[in-house]
Design a protein around this ligand. Structure first.
Ligand SMILES: NC(=O)c1ccc[n+]([C@@H]2O[C@H](COP(=O)([O-])OP(=O)(O)OC[C@H]3O[C@@H](n4cnc5c(N)ncnc54)[C@H](O)[C@@H]3O)[C@@H](O)[C@H]2O)c1
Length: 269
């Protein structure tokens, strides 16, 4: 159902890879709520083809951009402004990848070149997107910028590997840039810390099924789905959250503040 929460708003959505992606659901809901936006992903991801179908469904275009390249981001913003006919009200950073995780390197045996890539793709790219937007002055007053995080930024989840450190950096960048963007341009910056979600990035983490089930039993409301995450993101892009900034917002069915649940106690007996 549409309440036209994003009527007249323009933005950029990164990270829609396939229909399981959180960003995919965001695109469908943003369209439903009246937004106009451009889709983007790394050139290699575009070869998989799915995003073009999504673009057709959303009546928009896809501009390839590697989020670690400032040149690509600059081109993305320049072309998007032309397509959308103006500056942006929202930017979604829905990007994560660790070569160490992908290639099965353990946290106590990291490849440091790959670690730099993890940081660059999963966290520093968020800074690059914001600094480029700031310098090009492409954000509208009270625009909203969001990144997606995971609770491994605060607590140790051994299987989450170097992505845990990348998420801690991502959340810190949101706070630091949130201050500067807020002061100078009234733009808000937040991260949403989402439940384990069965997507390509999520299920790439070893033991995903077990910690998905564990979180489901731990959370009073159960795990938040990708669809529900998209709803929250729409709300954060809307004018109803204009003074929320520099926050890491848990969207996890209560998981982050639950010590232990009755179900898990029963299982321990
Ligand atoms: N799935 C989960 O359990 C979960 C939980 C919490 C947070 N998150 C975060 O949500 C975000 C979206 O992930 P998802 O779960 O929808 O998985 P996904 O695999 O569908 O999305 C990750 C996206 O990152 C893109 N990407 C990778 N390298 C890139 C680059 N260099 N430039 C541009 N794009 C690049 C991929 O092409 C892909 O579209 C990520 O930040 C992820 O860490 C996921």
């Amino acid at each position: 159902m549409s309440n036209n929460l994003l009527a007249g708003k323009k933005g950029i959505i990164t990270g829609a890879l396939d229909e399981n992606s959180i960003a995919w659901k965001v695109a469908l809901k943003a369209k439903e709520q009246g937004a106009k936006f451009v889709l983007t992903n790394a050139p290699v991801a575009l070869r998989m083809g799915g995003i073009q179908e999504l673009a057709k469904e959303c009546n928009t275009e896809v501009i390839p951009a590697d989020a670690t390249s400032v040149d690509d981001i600059t081109k993305l913003y320049t072309e998007s402004k032309d397509i959308l006919g103006g500056n942006f009200d929202f930017l979604l950073h829905s990007i994560g990848m660790s070569p160490n995780v992908r290639k099965g390197k353990a946290y106590n045996d990291l490849n440091y070149d790959w670690l730099q890539k993890t940081y660059d793709i999963s966290a520093v790219s968020f800074h690059k997107m914001m600094q480029t937007a700031d310098k090009m002055d492409v954000m509208n007053n009270y625009g909203s910028i969001l990144g997606l995080s995971y609770i491994a930024a605060q607590r140790t989840y051994p299987f989450y590997n170097d992505m845990a450190d990348a998420k801690a950096l991502l959340e810190s960048i949101a706070r630091s840039y949130g201050y500067h963007f807020g002061k100078r341009k009234n733009v808000r910056v937040n991260t949403i810390s989402q439940s384990p979600t069965p997507t390509t990035a999520g299920s790439g983490i070893s033991g995903f099924d077990s910690f998905y089930n564990f979180a489901e039993k731990m959370s009073p409301l159960g795990n938040a789905t990708a669809e529900e995450c998209a709803d929250y993101i729409i709300m954060m892009f809307s004018d109803f959250t204009k003074k929320v900034t520099m926050q890491n917002l848990f969207h996890d069915g209560g998981y982050s503040f639950t010590g232990i649940s009755e179900e898990l106690i029963e299982e321990m007996k």
